[in-house]
Ligand binder design. Structure first.
Ligand code: SF4
Length: 217
């Protein structure tokens, strides 16, 4: 076995362990070793009919999933493209459509070694819809988001994912300068709703595609 094969084997072992724990929590779990395989796996999980909601996810963007769905002609609730330029009231009304969608696609900010899902959200629509609303929730999660403990999962969400999302969104929050969280408590904060998803109810509603290649943040 060469080094690349050994690394692939190690990641697959890690994914197998995590999938077993996730399945006990009611999640539908699968593993894709590459970004290309992950894109295929995600698209196969998307129901054939009904609206599909695309929630903020750099992982899904990088996999090319959002691009493929935008080109497909499917009915979409496309948060990133459709809320730009809307008034806060109009954006709020648009975001509420997510709850009636057949499925939603997103990622998470961290996963702990026991398979719990961690998110920090600015408006709350992403975490709220993960918990209730769309009949199917499909999450693409790179193994680089797995943290050994709940504390480390929150540390990752707060000090890695949130500052990077602030940077991407070009906010005025202090993490944009330092690259770490200052617990700013500013009106412009994108860290307002913190959620842990411990289980999927009903079982199988939340599907998690674990990815061996690094994707998203
Ligand atoms: S500084 Fe504020 S916006 Fe930035 S990561 Fe911390 S709480 Fe979020």
């Amino acid at each position: 076995m060469n080094d690349q094969e050994v690394k692939a084997w190690s990641l697959e072992c890690q994914a197998n362990d995590l999938m077993k724990k996730m399945e006990k929590r009611g999640f539908q779990a699968s593993y894709a070793p590459t970004a290309e395989a992950a894109k295929k796996a995600v698209l196969e999980l998307v129901p054939k009919t009904g609206a599909v909601a695309l929630l903020g996810s750099q992982t899904m963007n990088q996999l090319g999933v959002f691009g493929a769905l935008r080109e497909s002609g499917r009915e979409l609730v496309d948060h990133a493209l459709k809320t730009a330029g809307l008034s806060p009231e109009e954006a709020h009304d648009y975001r509420r459509r997510v709850f009636a969608a057949e499925a939603m696609l997103a990622s998470v900010n961290a996963v702990d070694a026991e398979g719990r899902l961690y998110n920090i959200d600015g408006v709350g629509n992403r975490v709220a819809a993960m918990i209730f609303g769309p009949k199917k929730v499909i999450l693409a999660v790179s193994l680089n988001k797995v943290a050994p403990t709940p504390e480390e999962a929150w540390r990752r969400a707060r000090n890695i994912a949130a500052p990077m999302n602030n940077r991407r969104l070009n906010t005025v929050n202090p993490c944009v300068k330092s690259g770490r969280c200052h617990n700013c408590q500013l009106p412009s904060s994108i860290c307002n709703y913190f959620s842990i998803i411990d289980r999927s109810r009903p079982e199988g509603r939340i599907a998690v595609v674990l990815i061996g290649e690094e994707a998203g943040y």
